[in-house]
Design a protein around this ligand. Structure first.
Ligand code: ATP
Ligand code: MG
Length: 406
């Protein structure tokens, strides 16, 4: 017997608690959307505006991660469009866009399958967008997903982008009816600090997706846990416990699905024939850690550098928290950082505000008597995770790569 016989026998899934682990993949489209009746109704009502000859110029769809915004909005629009020839829906994810030019180009690409070269500028791209839309049905809904990612790494003013998209001359001249749906974690007017010119071009239409409660997460997870695990592998009490903890800590369906996948893997590794509360507990921290590190790896370089600064001081063998902006500044001036990333205090303050909006950093003011008031910063998660993310970040980061080649 070769060593591989042992290896394959060892890793063969016959001991596994799973029969269809894919059912717990958050990227897999569930057959049915559950527990979002209110939001579905609100979105359907907005779409039905076409029967009265009106779609709002913008609709804000916002709420914390994993609350079904992308899933629900895409599916509802698609279902509506298949029932109405006068309505077209296009979906654009702006997550990877680092400039407003590339964001506009991404929209153009969705409409035409082509992009413009940099020399054509934002004007050229928008001209292309209006050309394309002129040939579209009477109503076009463009879903701009993860639109809050754009600002954090761009040199342009988001106001400029939104003003063109909503009030563009080409659009007005051709009487194009476009409804732009903005999907994000925070309400955009607040997050992007949009000016009044843009705000007045936007509608107040907004649909909020709150974190899921226990009952809702249960409704989402139960059918998927049923499909994923062998009969009897997940006792009711363990299922309830996991759902409860996921609801209490996150309210996030994506994390909850991951939690049960990982707990199942732990149980299998330990040779158990069913999931235990202990398996869930082991993975609560693990799920949090993985989700946070994934978030850190997706940050623009400046934001990542500031986090490295916030977690860059040691005190008595552990990472010092909280720290002040001045301390962060000192850390970042270190030779280990590329010169382009040695940010000034003003830039740091702005980036800290962004990180706070993203839920990664907490700040408060502390009074220090005669020394006045000092702002204190700390991460909302185990600061050690930033250190763990540094190596993969530098290895993977498109941002740093772009920075490196100029
Ligand atoms: N109401 C639901 N019914 C069924 N599955 C759901 C529901 N909500 C979320 N899910 C599952 O969770 C996954 C994540 O949801 P989704 O991508 O829509 O979240 P999101 O609110 O867009 O998050 P983010 O802010 O991170 O973009 C979905 O792909 C789906 O598998
Ligand atoms: Mg989404």
């Amino acid at each position: 017997m070769s060593k591989y016989d042992d290896l394959f026998a060892d890793t063969a899934p016959d001991e596994s608690l799973f029969v269809d682990k894919g059912a717990l993949d958050p990227l897999a489209e569930p057959p049915e959307i559950v527990a979002r009746d209110d939001q579905e109704r609100e979105l359907a009502t907005v779409l039905n505006g076409v029967h009265d000859g009106y779609l709002p110029p913008t609709v804000s769809i916002y709420g914390p991660p994993g609350t079904g915004k992308t899933l629900t909005t895409r599916r509802l629009c698609r279902e509506f469009a298949t029932r109405h020839d006068t309505v077209a829906v296009e979906y654009v994810n702006l997550k990877e866009c680092r400039t407003l030019f590339s964001a506009a180009n991404e929209i153009l690409f969705e409409l035409t399958g082509e992009k413009k070269g940099a020399y054509e500028g934002l004007d050229g791209v928008f001209a292309g967008i209006w050309d394309a839309l002129a040939a579209y049905p009477e109503w076009t809904v463009v879903l701009l997903d993860e639109v809050d990612h754009v600002r954090h790494d761009t040199n342009y003013d988001p106001n400029e982008f939104f003003y063109r998209l909503l009030r563009g001359e080409g659009k007005l001249a051709r009487d194009i009816s476009l409804s732009v749906w903005l999907l994000s974690n925070e309400l955009l007017e607040v997050d992007l600090r949009l000016d009044s010119r843009v705000e007045s071009a936007m509608s107040d239409e907004a649909v909020f997706f709150p974190p899921y409660g226990v009952a809702e997460l249960g409704a989402i997870l139960d059918p998927r846990i049923d499909r994923a695990f062998r009969d009897g592998a997940v006792p009711d009490a363990v299922c309830e416990y996991g759902v409860q903890e996921a609801a209490r800590r996150w309210g996030d369906a994506r994390k909850a699905l991951t939690l049960f996948r990982q707990a199942g893997e732990t149980a299998t590794e330990r040779g158990l024939d069913r999931l235990t509360i202990e398996c869930v507990d082991t993975n609560l921290e693990q799920t949090e850690r993985e989700a946070t590190i994934a978030k850190l790896l997706a940050l623009p370089a400046n934001h990542f550098v500031v986090l490295a600064g916030i977690t860059g001081r040691d005190q008595g063998g552990t990472i010092k928290q909280p720290v002040t902006t001045a301390e962060v500044h000192t850390v970042i001036q270190d030779d280990a950082f590329p010169t382009e990333l040695r940010l000034g205090e003003r830039a740091i303050r702005q980036l800290v505000t962004d990180l706070e909006t993203m839920g990664l950093v907490e700040t408060w003011i502390e009074s220090r008597g005669a020394d006045g008031r000092v702002k204190q910063l700390e991460t909302t998660f185990d600061p050690q995770w930033v250190r763990e993310a540094i190596e993969p970040y530098v290895a993977e980061s498109a941002y740093l790569a772009a920075l490196a080649d100029g």
